[in-house]
Write a new protein. Structure first.
Length: 221
């Protein structure tokens, strides 16, 4: 498959995710807080498609680069209703593709497995931290202006750990290396999410993955 075809598939996939989320919102009268997480997880999982379909990081960078612009326009004009928060201090939807782009540029040629793994805490951990924290959070704390719940942070830790662990195993890492790496990345991601106000978790959580690689990348061979 050519890289241009992979670019086309990328756009088709993301717009399909947005369409499904918007359809669910309208048909089931779901809150935007829920459909926003559907988009969050669905788009984040395209990291797997990026690893599978692209052979050149610059082509792989085109879709997230375009969505930085599109998501900013949507943030200002409310184009993609299913993913837009009423809180206009939150630029998380713009930070998400920006983080995706940076992770691709950093790790595509170095390790596709780690590239995907580095995006999993943002994809699964952050989404479930917000969902569990909003629904079940009872014990709250504040760090650097970011208010979080203990329950949400536990969800962040566990979902990050599991998603990174199984991703690394799927890309051929040994059991020990996958487990130790996932522990480090999950801990760093949970810390990053805990101190991130104003949607900055969508930047700082993937950034913590880059830090994690600097610390433990040698374990992956």
């Amino acid at each position: 498959m050519s890289n241009w075809v992979a670019v086309l598939f990328s756009f088709l996939y993301v717009f399909a995710v947005l369409g499904v989320a918007e359809g669910l919102r309208r048909a089931l009268q779901l809150p935007v807080a829920f459909t926003r997480k559907v988009v969050h997880i669905g788009v984040g999982m395209w990291a797997w498609g990026t690893a599978a379909l692209f052979t050149d990081k610059w082509f792989a960078s085109i879709p997230p680069a375009v969505f930085i612009v599109l998501n900013y326009v949507s943030y200002r004009r409310n184009l993609f209703t299913a993913m837009e928060s009423a809180d206009k201090s939150n630029l998380g939807t713009v930070y998400f593709p920006l983080a995706f782009l940076v992770i691709i540029l950093l790790f595509f040629d170095l390790s596709k497995g780690f590239m995907v793994a580095a995006l999993m805490p943002m994809t699964w951990g952050d989404a479930f931290a917000a969902t569990i924290g909003r629904r079940y959070g009872r014990r709250h704390y504040v760090i650097l202006g970011a208010r979080r719940s203990v329950e949400g942070s536990i969800a962040m830790l566990l979902c990050s750990l599991l998603s990174v662990f199984f991703t690394l195993l799927a890309f051929g890492a040994s059991l020990d290396a996958a487990f130790l790496t996932s522990l480090v990345l999950a801990f760093l991601a949970t810390l990053a999410e805990a101190i991130s106000p104003f949607g900055l978790d969508n930047l700082l959580v993937p950034a913590s993955g880059a830090l994690g690689y600097a610390l433990v990348g040698g374990w992956l061979g």
